[in-house]
Design a protein around this ligand. Structure first.
Ligand code: ATP
Ligand code: MG
Length: 563
């Protein structure tokens, strides 16, 4: 892994661990976990958590478990489980044989719930969901005790066993912890531990259970059972920490992990909530979870982002408790720096304009050497075919050029990159006056050197028409037009801010012929255009498709000023 060279900078969590190690807490062991719920694909926010948890395990010679927090079977499925496994692996992390499911612990969790009842710390409640909410009170008003709170241990044990046996309907009863209905922390007001769910097939346990444990109860016990030392989570769980500690204290588990919270990653111009991403997928606003515009790991991978770039991004954003909105530019800059080093250069004409070299022999062709990387000789060179008919980009010719235009103009000269200097002699138009072809003269004396006494400033890219590969090229832009689409002054729905121009498809682009052999997912720099990745998803008609990974420079600011 390339980030092994650059050690992760310290942060407040690593400082806590250092201190624990100095004090001999947990006998010098460091064990973390990454605990996704398999109810969607992982997104860039999860990347931060993965890099943090697995990175700490790596740097402290500890372990990091991958654990599915799968207590909500109606929202979860195996597709999500498999996608999460693939995504964490792709990011470069490994959990050996420590892949766990909270559902592995359902039998033990049930026993722990029984223990709580026996200790007089849990009871079966007949209030319905609505009543429970009403009894709970508010941030300013204390809650009230349920009329069923004082049931005897024996009655609670009997009712809980019958809940498990399927004697009651969904919602008819729940098991609750008996803590304090007047606590200023609402999470401590007798939280629900188990609810009844008939008729759902759990992706791991099938129909074995008709009662399911709640997240707060499950999470701390799963951590304790796995011997986690530092249970790292995001800040919204800060108010749940007293409950996390309460369960483990009352149950006196041999291991009592320390919960530590850090701030979530929010990325500008996108959303990182699984619920919202799910709705983008389900309502067809994007092509799916792997749409290259999605901030999902699968989407970013398909877009051409590398694990190295994402890990570098995490290194740069750091870990704190402060709320922060990270600019998309930072992520894109990491992607660009990584690709600048790794991506071989190629020529590709995205908006073709035909050029005929009138003095080049008909049917003639030659192979011209071109470096694969301007700074890295080790990347070698290739031979590119040159012939009488070429394509250049329409933007590289102007009949009426603006000031300082250094590209091709009528009567003017330009250098074709890696090839000759050409002069435009004639402009051919269709009946509507659109330029459809240029007739040019090439100077055979100018391969690799400027013509004597003449200064040719402009260099443009090109491809030989007959040797090129035709491709569809997809240009991606921000998915949203607002930096914080789910938190705007106007308070509108985030979907109101979907960018209608987030995808521009160019149907007929001409690429260097060899690009037809690019591997799925392989990324190149198309010179002067940006970085492009061979789309790994095959189309029905076997079309050659490239996705724009990122532009060469940050063009976003420019676009914003224009609109
Ligand atoms: P969402 O709110 O998008 O549904 P989640 O927290 O419910 O996300 P989980 O599958 O429970 O999703 O998350 C797994 C882990 O990833 C948790 O420890 C969670 O704290 C962390 N995580 C989720 N979103 C972010 C984020 N934006 N930044 C950092 N960590 C995150
Ligand atoms: Mg969660």
């Amino acid at each position: 892994m390339s980030d092994q060279a650059a050690p992760a900078p310290t942060n407040f969590i690593r400082q806590i661990i250092d201190e624990d190690l100095r004090n001999g807490k947990h006998k010098g062991r460091v064990a973390t976990r990454f605990p996704p719920e398999p109810n969607g694909y992982l997104h860039v926010g999860h990347v931060k958590s993965i890099v943090l948890n697995f990175g700490i395990a790596r740097d402290y010679q500890g372990t990091c478990n991958l654990r599915f927090d799968d207590t909500n079977p109606h929202k979860e499925n195996l597709e999500f489980v498999q996608a999460i496994i693939a995504d964490v692996r792709w990011l470069g992390y490994d959990w050996d044989d420590r892949l766990f499911y909270a559902s592995d612990y359902f039998a033990q969790l049930y026993e722990f719930a029984v223990q709580l009842i026996q200790k007089g710390k849990a009871y079966v409640d007949d209030l319905n969901a609505e009543q429970i909410r009403e009894y709970r009170g508010t941030l300013t008003a204390p809650g009230r005790n349920s009329p069923f709170r004082e049931r005897s241990v024996a009655e609670n044990l009997d009712l809980f066993a019958r809940m498990r046996a399927g004697e009651f309907a969904d919602g008819e009863k729940v098991l609750r912890a008996k803590i304090d209905m007047t606590s200023p922390n609402i999470n401590m007001r007798d939280p629900t531990l188990y609810r009844i769910r008939h008729g759902v097939i759990h992706h791991q346990t099938g129909d074995e259970w008709c009662i399911y444990p709640m997240y707060d109860f499950t999470h701390c016990i799963s951590d304790a059972l796995e011997g986690i030392t530092h249970s790292i989570c995001t800040l919204e769980f800060e108010d749940h920490r007293p409950l996390y500690d309460w369960f483990l204290d009352v149950l006196a588990t041999p291991c009592h992990p320390q919960q530590i919270e850090f701030s979530r990653l929010s990325l500008a111009y996108t959303v990182t909530s699984k619920r919202k991403l799910t709705s983008l997928v389900e309502d067809g606003h994007v092509e799916g979870w792997q749409d290259p515009r999605m901030p999902t790991i699968a989407g970013m991978r398909r877009r051409g982002y590398s694990p190295e770039a994402l890990r570098e991004f995490c290194r740069r954003i750091g870990v704190t408790k402060a709320d922060n909105l990270v600019e998309m530019e930072l992520l894109e800059d990491c992607v660009r720096s990584d690709l600048n080093i790794r991506a071989p250069r190629r020529m590709a004409v995205l908006r073709p304009l035909k050029v005929v070299l009138t003095n080049y022999p008909d049917g003639g062709e030659e192979m011209l050497p071109a470096a694969n990387h301007p700074q890295d000789e080790a990347m070698g060179s290739r031979l590119i075919p040159f012939s009488r008919e070429l394509y250049i980009d329409v933007e590289d010719f102007k009949e009426e050029p603006p000031k300082k235009y250094k590209r091709l103009v009528p009567g003017g000269e330009v250098r074709l990159r890696n090839a000759y200097v050409v002069r435009c002699d004639e402009v051919i138009k269709d009946e509507h006056g659109n330029v459809i072809e240029l007739r040019c003269h090439y100077d055979s004396e100018t391969l690799g050197k400027n013509p004597e006494g003449r200064k040719v400033q402009g260099v443009i890219h090109w491809v030989s028409a007959q040797h090129s590969s035709v491709a569809e090229v997809r240009l991606y832009d921000r998915l949203f037009t607002h930096p914080t689409p789910d938190n705007t002054k106007e308070g509108k729905d985030y979907r109101e801010y979907l960018n209608p121009n987030s995808l521009l498809t160019l149907m007929e682009c001409y690429l260097e012929g060899s690009l037809a052999e690019a591997r799925p997912g392989e990324v190149f720099q198309f010179e002067r255009e940006g970085y492009f990745c061979r789309d790994p998803h095959p189309t029905a008609d076997q079309k050659l498709v490239f996705n724009r990974t990122v532009t060469l420079r940050d063009t976003w600011a420019k676009i914003e000023n224009k609109s």
